[in-house]
Design a protein around this ligand. Structure first.
Ligand code: HEC
Ligand code: HEC
Ligand code: HEC
Ligand code: HEC
Ligand code: HEC
Length: 176
C-alpha cells in the first residue's frame, strides 16, 4: 500500500503513531540487540576493514554528486584505479576486472534500504554534523558491512528527530 493513502483516509492518528514508536529507548539509532550480525553475501568480497586500515576515506567511494547530493556506491573504475596493479592475480580481483571490462556495474546487495515513498536524503543529516557511525556503526571494523542499527525504521527516525528538535510532521518523511 502507498503511504499516501493513510493520510488521505486520515486512518492513522497521532496516538497510533505514538504506539508505533513505543518502545523507543535511549540514544538513537538503537543498536540492534539480536541477530547474528552476518552481512549479505556480496558479489566481490570487498572489506571496509582492509581498505580503511590503509587510510582510505569514506568520500573516496561514497561521494554525493549534484544535483541530488545523494551518497552513492563506488563505480568499478574507482576500484580499478588501484586494482589495475594491486593484487591483480587474486581470484576476487580477476572477477572485479571482469566487471570493469564488461562495463557492468557491480551488483552490490544493499544493506540499509528504506521502503518507497519515504523522503530521505543524507544531505540534511550530514549538514547537521551527524556521523556515519551513528547510523551505520563502525564499518572500519567490518569485513562485511552488516546492519547494526535500526535506522531504517520510523521509530528510530522519529526518536532522533524528537531528540534533535528536527521536524516530526508526517509530511517531512512521507510523500503525500
Ligand atoms: C587506494 C587503493 C585501493 C582502492 C581504491 C581499492 N582497493 Fe581493494 N585493495 C587494496 C589493497 C592495498 C589491498 C590489499 C592487497 C593485499 O592483500 O596485498 C586490497 C584488497 C582487496 C581485495 C582482497 C583481495 C584478495 O583476495 O586478497 C578485494 C576483493 C578488493 N581489494 C576489492 C576492492 C574493491 C571492490 C574496490 C572498489 C570498491 C577496491 N578494492 C578499491 C587497494 C585498493
Ligand atoms: C574503497 C571504497 C570504499 C570506501 C573507502 C568506503 N566504502 Fe563503504 N562501501 C563500498 C562498497 C563497494 C560498498 C558495497 C558493498 C558492501 O556493502 O560492502 C559499500 C557499502 C557501504 C555501506 C552499506 C550501504 C548499503 O546500504 O548497502 C555503508 C553504510 C558504507 N559503505 C559506509 C562507509 C563508511 C562510513 C565509510 C568510511 C568510514 C566507507 N563506507 C568507506 C566501498 C567503500
Ligand atoms: C541519520 C542517519 C544516517 C547518517 C548520519 C548516515 N547515513 Fe548512510 N544511510 C542512512 C539510511 C537511512 C540509508 C538508506 C537510504 C535509502 O534506502 O534510500 C543509508 C544508506 C547509505 C548508503 C547506501 C547508498 C545510499 O545512499 O542509499 C551508503 C553508501 C551510506 N549510507 C553511507 C554513509 C556514509 C559514508 C555516511 C557518513 C558520511 C552516512 N551514510 C551517514 C542513514 C544515515
Ligand atoms: C541520529 C539522528 C537522526 C536520525 C536517525 C534521522 N534523522 Fe532526519 N534529521 C535529523 C536532523 C538533526 C535533521 C536536520 C534538521 C534541521 O536541519 O533543522 C534531519 C533532517 C531530516 C529531513 C529534512 C527535514 C527538512 O525540514 O528539510 C528529512 C526529510 C529527514 N531528516 C528524514 C529522516 C528519515 C526518513 C529518517 C529515518 C530513516 C531520519 N531522518 C533519521 C536527525 C536524524
Ligand atoms: C522522521 C521521519 C518520519 C516521520 C516524521 C513520520 N514517519 Fe512514518 N515512517 C517513516 C519511515 C522511515 C517508515 C518506513 C519504515 C517503517 O515502517 O518503520 C514509516 C512508516 C510509516 C507507516 C507504515 C508502517 C508499517 O508498519 O507499514 C505509517 C502508517 C506511518 N509511517 C505513518 C506516519 C504518520 C501518520 C506520521 C505523522 C504523524 C509519520 N508516519 C511520521 C518515517 C517517518
Amino acid at each position: 500500500m502507498k503511504h499516501g493513502s493513510y493520510f488521505a483516509q486520515g486512518a492513522i492518528s497521532q496516538i497510533q503513531v505514538a504506539f508505533l514508536t513505543i518502545g523507543a529507548f535511549g540514544a538513537s539509532p538503537r543498536q540492534l540487540q539480536t541477530g547474528n550480525h552476518t552481512g549479505p553475501a556480496q558479489p566481490i568480497p570487498y572489506s571496509h576493514k582492509t581498505h580503511l586500515a590503509r587510510g582510505l576515506k569514506c568520500e573516496t567511494c561514497h561521494s554525493n554528486p549534484p544535483p541530488n547530493n545523494e551518497l552513492t556506491l563506488p563505480a568499478v573504475e574507482t576500484c580499478m584505479a588501484c586494482h589495475q596493479a594491486v593484487a591483480r592475480d587474486r581470484p576476487s580481483i580477476i572477477k572485479l576486472a571482469e566487471f570493469a571490462e564488461g562495463k557492468e556495474p557491480i551488483p552490490w546487495v544493499r544493506v540499509y534500504k528504506l521502503p518507497d515513498g519515504i523522503n530521505w536524503s543524507h544531505s540534511p543529516h550530514l549538514r547537521a554534523k551527524l556521523k556515519c557511525e551513528t547510523c551505520h556503526g563502525d564499518v572500519s571494523k567490518m569485513d562485511v558491512v552488516t546492519r547494526v542499527t535500526n535506522v531504517t525504521t520510523m521509530a528510530t527516525c522519529v526518536d532522533c528527530h524528537r531528540e534533535k528538535d528536527a521536524s516530526i510532521d508526517c509530511a517531512t518523511c512521507h510523500q503525500q
